[in-house]
Design a protein around this ligand. Structure first.
Ligand SMILES: Cc1cc2nc3c(=O)[nH]c(=O)nc-3n(C[C@H](O)[C@H](O)[C@H](O)COP(=O)(O)OP(=O)(O)OC[C@H]3O[C@@H](n4cnc5c(N)ncnc54)[C@H](O)[C@@H]3O)c2cc1C
Length: 448
């Protein structure tokens, strides 16, 4: 039997999962094409450093219409190499609008478990941040919200209340998608070829069917093309390839306001290896209040010291912006107007000011030092340019083009109450397993 040829575009969080699953049998030949460089080093994955500063070498920067840098990971491992390592599932209710034929809660639970071991372990080596890793300001944060009536949530599914963050990291390094899924044994499979430093410029489509890709001047023929290039790049590639320009795609983002303060007496620095974000409050009206353990400058090289901060992020419904690709293929990125999320964020920012100026933080916060940052920032979570059930079917199949699928943050159909990484990878694991069935007799993914 001639093996089916599958090209996976992008070796990020989802591309690694998909390539691993599909290359298990000998009936599929997978070519995984990645624009950025090959595998990250141990230094790239240190918990104590987030490699997104001005000199970072594994990121691509995009400028939004409101002048912000929107960062995406570049290179094998994609954004999983450069992200904060926060690996919380969404709330169960976030899945309410998903197509239950494919996304019933038991199936979703099964694939989350493969990744996070049910809250601890799994292929992504997830663990809950423990008490010894909390800076005194994080201890005060948790106590404060608990006293005001919020539960301390202990389950693997976050809910409204104080949620201790789970991280895909040990005490030293984050576990990126490539470390988890593209192990040496997987990369040695004859059914998998990884091409790093190779950008896909076009998906080739003939008579409504994808036939391969153009990359670096070469044609790579395929029976199926799977776009895992990330929320911005997959939509752009699709628009440019299938003549859908000009195009406007929806774009979700979790915008954030930082409330900054000065410490009353310089508290001890957090130890190396302690995550930047150890604990969050999820509110009943869709906000995430983030207690950062340290100054961003302690984790990101090249960023000026600005003191500790508490973030207020609009999670559900999140900000709704647009990605546009004009007739010449040029891209515009709008991550959601300030007004769309402004009121609730301002209200919660004032609640955070009240907390920081109150008795519970009196020993920690210098009087009169609390300020609300005027910049409406971004969480770098961009999702939803090609939502499942609208632009694609329930498994990412692009409507109107045979043999073309999108499996990455683009297809998240709705906003999440938590960061998107865990849900996005769960989605990739589930889809890869479903589409592997007709291709290969095997089932399950690494660790199952
Ligand atoms: C700085 C930062 C911090 C974040 N922090 C967190 C966090 O702590 N928790 C959380 O839940 N989420 C976080 N996120 C979001 C999370 O990391 C992403 O949602 C997730 O990794 C997206 O996965 P993906 O597979 O869609 O895309 P990516 O992982 O970005 O992978 C896309 C890959 O495709 C490649 N590619 C693009 N175009 C092409 C092309 N034309 N040809 C070939 N290859 C191409 C890219 O180089 C990249 O490697 C963060 C994101 C960033 C950028």
């Amino acid at each position: 039997m001639t093996p089916r040829r599958v090209v996976v575009v992008g070796a990020g969080s989802c591309g690694c999962v998909v390539a691993e699953r599909l290359s298990r049998g000998d009936d599929v030949l997978v070519t995984l094409v990645e624009a950025g460089r090959d595998t990250p080093t141990d230094a790239d994955l240190r918990v104590s450093r987030l490699p997104v500063g001005p000199d970072a070498h594994r990121v691509r920067r995009h400028r939004t219409v409101d002048g912000l840098d929107l960062v995406r990971g570049s290179g094998v491992g994609g954004s999983s190499v450069v992200n904060g390592g926060y690996f919380l599932r969404g709330h169960r209710t976030d899945l309410d609008g998903w197509d239950r034929r494919w996304w019933d809660i038991d199936t979703v639970e099964r694939f989350h478990r493969i990744l996070d071991g049910g809250g601890s372990g799994g292929v992504m080596s997830v663990r809950r941040v423990d008490d010894t890793e909390l800076h005194p300001r994080a201890v005060a944060f948790e106590r404060y919200w608990h006293r005001t009536g919020y539960d301390l949530v202990g389950t693997e599914w976050p809910t409204v209340g104080v949620n201790r963050v789970r991280v895909n990291a040990d005490r030293v390094r984050r576990v990126s998608a490539d470390r988890a899924f593209l192990t040496a044994a997987v990369r040695a499979r004859p059914s998998l070829r990884v091409l790093a430093d190779t950008t896909v410029d076009e998906v080739l489509v003939s008579d409504g069917t994808a036939t391969g890709v153009r990359a670096g001047g070469e044609t790579i023929p395929a029976d199926e093309v799977i776009l895992c290039a990330g929320t911005l790049a997959s939509a752009t590639l699709l628009a440019r390839s299938v003549g859908r320009t000009p195009s406007t795609f929806p774009l979700g983002e979790h915008r954030e306001i930082l409330v900054r303060y000065r410490e009353r007496t310089p508290a001890p620095r957090t130890r190396a290896g302690v995550p930047l974000l150890p604990t969050v409050l999820h509110t009943e009206d869709g906000f995430e209040i983030r207690c950062y353990n340290a100054d961003f400058a302690d984790h990101i090289t090249g960023v000026a010291r600005s003191g500790p901060a508490v973030g207020v992020a609009g999670m559900v419904p999140g900000a709704s912006g647009h990605l546009t690709v004009d007739a010449d293929g040029a891209v515009g990125i709008d991550i959601g107007a300030a007004e769309a999320v402004g009121d609730g964020m301002r209200r919660w920012s004032h609640r955070v000011v009240e907390m920081l100026e109150g008795a519970a933080h009196a020993d920690l916060v210098e009087e009169g030092s609390v300020t609300i940052d005027p910049v409406l920032a971004t969480s770098h979570h961009a999702w939803g340019t090609m939502p499942m059930g609208a632009a694609t079917d329930a498994l990412g199949g692009v409507i109107g083009v045979e043999g073309l699928r999108v499996v990455d943050g683009s297809i998240l159909p709705s906003a999440l109450s938590s960061g998107p990484h865990a849900t996005t990878m769960m989605m990739a694991a589930r889809i890869a397993d479903a589409i592997a069935e007709p291709l290969s007799a095997r089932s399950g993914i690494v660790g199952s």
